[in-house]
Design a protein around this ligand. Structure first.
Ligand code: HEM
Length: 228
């Protein structure tokens, strides 16, 4: 923000300057929206899936207990020692496909792609959620299976074709590194201390909220939280 404000000041006499306070406000709204709705909803999905899959939740907690001494909060350095937790997070990113159509882009030159001709100026959107359920990449894609991210020795393998939750290329998610960090630190800290379950006698709806066509947001519902 400081750099942006300085630039506005320094280019105030330049009629071609594209920086204005109004533009800065929109950029900040973009960052707050893209940065908070996304991680919040992914974590909410993760909590619902853990609530509905108590065996998987127990495995995550067992891994956390094994790696982190009681009372020690997780750091990113712990991630390589927690392959199962990492696998759960990746499977949540795949199965929920939070941003199913990515962000719209515009072809800035005439382009040929896989036999299709895309004229300059065409608006293009991606079908990330479709890719995440494509049987060429994923067996039993409808199933929540964190193990698909682990090799036979239980080692985590995150490099998979057909996995694009943050988009791809030059305009892929600006916040990917931050989001991955937040997802790991927050979810391990939560499951280190808490159990999450559906309220007694109920089940959670894992489907996304259909009212939001551009996001696969989690539905608002109660969960039952107990201290471990
Ligand atoms: C789980 C969390 C997140 C997911 C799943 C996610 C996903 C995405 C996707 C799919 C795109 C579009 C990429 C494309 O069209 O190729 C995108 C763009 C973007 N994301 Fe994220 N995102 C997340 C978190 C964040 C965070 C934490 C921030 C910022 C702090 C952020 C900032 C942005 C911005 C600024 C863009 C536009 C980039 C551009 O147009 O160059 N995102 N994100």
């Amino acid at each position: 923000m400081d750099a942006y404000l300085l630039d506005i000041e320094q280019t105030s006499d330049d009629p071609d300057s594209i920086r204005t306070k109004r533009d800065l406000v929109f950029l900040l709204i973009d960052l707050f929206f893209a940065g908070s709705e996304t991680t919040t909803n992914t974590l909410t999905h993760l909590f619902y899936y853990m609530a509905m899959n108590p065996d998987i939740q127990k495995k995550v907690q067992a891994e956390i207990d094994e790696v982190l001494p009681k009372g020690t909060l997780p750091t990113l350095d712990d991630r390589p020692s927690m392959p199962y937790t990492d696998a759960v997070i990746h499977e949540i990113l795949r199965i929920t496909s939070l941003v199913p159509l990515g962000v719209m882009h515009c072809a800035n030159e005439d382009t040929q792609l896989s036999g299709y001709s895309i004229p300059k100026g065409t608006i293009i959107t991606s079908a990330f959620s479709h890719i995440h359920f494509d049987s060429r990449h994923w067996e039993q894609a409808e199933k929540f299976m964190p193990e698909r991210w682990l090799d036979q020795e239980g080692k985590f393998n995150g490099k998979r074709d057909g996995f694009v939750p943050f988009g791809i290329g030059r305009r892929s998610c600006l916040g990917e590194t931050l989001a991955r960090m937040e997802l790991f630190i927050f979810s391990t800290a939560v499951f280190q201390s808490l159990n999450i379950a559906p309220p007694p006698g109920t089940a959670l709806d894992l489907a996304h909220d259909d009212n939001q066509p551009f996001f696969h947001n989690a539905k608002t519902q109660d969960v039952y939280v107990t201290v471990r």
